[in-house]
Design a protein around this ligand. Structure first.
Ligand code: ATP
Ligand code: MG
Length: 512
């Protein structure tokens, strides 16, 4: 019982108060699910769930300040309180009526819910033994005011309800399905991903029968909505052992359903001199890159996992002569398709595809000068450079090289810093369209933009040109050309720079 008593100081008073009020109205009330698991693990629960035999309308009668929006039996109760400075704070506690699983025909969580009479029924529909624990406040005589209730709560005793040996599994660090694993995964296929998610976030193993049942039913993830898959996948990717998560998904047969593009890197040899022993297939390299990713951002982790996803499709030749020409562009396209399919937000997709497309950017101390670095910054955006460097570090470490940030990359960071205030956009030029119209008698129209674009390309090469007088002299000269010629000048410059970089990348990877 000692363990239970230790629990009480960790449950917020407002949660206990809600349970008290329910019990007073002769209903049952238990703290259930993930929060009990987290309490027993000594972690701070993210949210608090209370289960009760009261129906949603009963709950709303007891707590008029509440909302019942979905039809899943969950009422959100608002508790108004004061913080240390006397400011009002509103805390929400979720109270859910006991439920049982209704019939499934399509391996998805049911849209309709069936209420149940007993806690036992409610606990039996939960996914894993460690998530099927409940805590109850022991019987005590009732008191009337909220203040008295809070005082009473301070000395409260708790009773842990553990009908499926969840405590034992917590101690042995095991994820085990409640009841028959096969049936449970047939009811809701997402549970298979949740098993892997809990395994990596808690550092638990998946119990053998449970894992076998996942392997048997993995195909059913086809029926699960992309949004639900995305949320579990993101939690796996953001855990402290994301690579273990991918390997588990693979072993379970889930990866081939949700991310076949990664699965198809299995066995694809890169056998290039800079991929060491165990990292020499595309699959192993991508998993290792995710493992070594230094960033905690979802986008950067996704980009680390996906940066070479275009390699299997772009591979030409075998052995030492294999080439992966344009894999970064093929990969960008594939990353976009994957992330759209999983319904990631537009912002995430844009960022990941930018990082995948540019992960090959070339930098070498003697070959790329300040103007080259300014062009990289212009293309990628100053705000993305740090993340791109992180993908590059992941890529490097995921190839088995021992040192994360070699001199070259540190020097690149230094150069970015150095040029970070130099002009890289038309807005930063010391003249604008109005100046051109006044001084040069250029008519309003597309010619103005074309002149500014050529001026910018000159200023990127040499920022000291960015002086008003200078630019006007240059512009006067440029104004003699027509729009078509001006546009060609700017485009040719961009193409030449691109070609130069591509040549350098090719040379480095010996793929020409
Ligand atoms: P987290 O720490 O991510 O919040 P959690 O275990 O609390 O983990 P929730 O999604 O908040 O997960 O769900 C709360 C509880 O509801 C779970 O602990 C589990 O008992 C139950 N549950 C959630 N999803 C499912 C599901 N798909 N099948 C069965 N039970 C589930
Ligand atoms: Mg939770």
């Amino acid at each position: 019982m000692k363990k239970e008593n230790r629990l009480n100081s960790n449950i917020p008073k407002h949660v206990l108060l809600v349970m008290e009020r329910l019990e007073e109205a002769s209903f049952e009330a238990y703290v259930v699910g993930g929060c009990v698991r987290d309490l027993l693990l000594g972690k701070a629960p993210k949210d608090w769930d209370i289960a009760t035999n009261a129906r949603p309308d009963d709950v709303q009668k007891i707590f008029p300040d509440s909302v019942y929006e979905n039809n899943f039996g969950t009422v959100g109760i608002k508790i108004r309180n004061q913080d240390a400075d006397g400011k009002e704070i509103v805390e929400v506690v979720e109270v859910t009526t006991y439920r049982i699983e209704s019939k499934y025909s399509d391996k998805r969580h049911p849209d309709e819910v069936k209420f149940a009479k007993t806690l036992k029924e409610d606990l039996s529909r939960r996914d894993f033994t460690i998530n099927a624990l409940a805590l109850r406040v022991s019987e005590q005589e009732s008191v009337s005011s909220d203040q008295q209730k809070i005082e009473k709560i301070a000395g409260t005793k708790f009773e842990l309800i553990d009908l499926f040996s969840g405590q034992e599994d917590l101690e042995n660090k095991l994820i085990r399905a409640v009841g028959d694993a096969n049936e449970r995964f047939n009811e809701d296929a997402l549970r298979m991903m949740r098993a892997i998610r809990f395994s990596v976030t808690l550092d638990f193993s998946i119990e053998k029968k449970t894992f076998l049942a996942i392997q048997k039913n993995s195909e059913n993830l086809k029926f699960i909505s992309p949004e639900r898959i995305r949320d579990e996948f993101s939690k796996i990717i953001l855990s402290s052992t994301p690579a273990k998560g991918i390997e588990l998904l693979q072993e379970a047969g889930i990866l081939r359903i949700i991310l076949p593009e990664i699965e198809s890197g299995i066995g694809v040899m890169q056998s290039h001199h800079h991929y060491y022993g165990p990292y020499n297939t595309v699959y192993k390299h991508l998993v290792a890159s995710l493992e070594k990713c230094p960033s905690k951002k979802l986008e950067v982790r996704l980009a680390s996992l996906l940066h070479d996803v275009g390699k299997p499709k772009s591979k030409r030749g075998e052995g030492e002569n294999a080439t992966f020409y344009n894999h970064e562009y093929i990969g960008e396209r594939m990353a976009k398709d994957i992330l759209e399919r999983l319904r990631f937000p537009r912002k995430v997709i844009d960022k990941v595809t930018l990082l995948v497309r540019n992960h090959m950017f070339y930098y070498n101390v003697d070959e790329v000068g300040e103007s080259g670095v300014r062009r990289v910054v212009q293309k990628i955006g100053l705000e993305n450079i740090g993340d791109l460097i992180d993908v590059r570090i992941a890529d490097r470490l995921g190839s088995g090289v021992p040192k994360a940030v070699p001199y070259k990359l540190r020097h690149f960071q230094f150069m970015v810093e150095k040029v970070s205030h130099d002009p890289i956009s038309v807005k930063q030029l010391k003249i604008d369209g109005n100046d051109l119209m006044e001084e040069l008698i250029v008519d309003p129209g597309p010619k103005i933009g074309a002149i500014l674009a050529v001026l910018l390309s000159k200023v990127i090469d040499n920022p000291t040109l960015n002086e008003k007088e200078n630019l006007l002299i240059l512009a006067t000269e440029l104004a003699k050309s027509n729009v078509g010629e001006l546009r060609k000048m700017a485009e040719d410059k961009i193409k030449a720079e691109q070609k130069k970089e591509e040549e350098l990348i090719k040379k480095k990877h010996r793929v020409s």
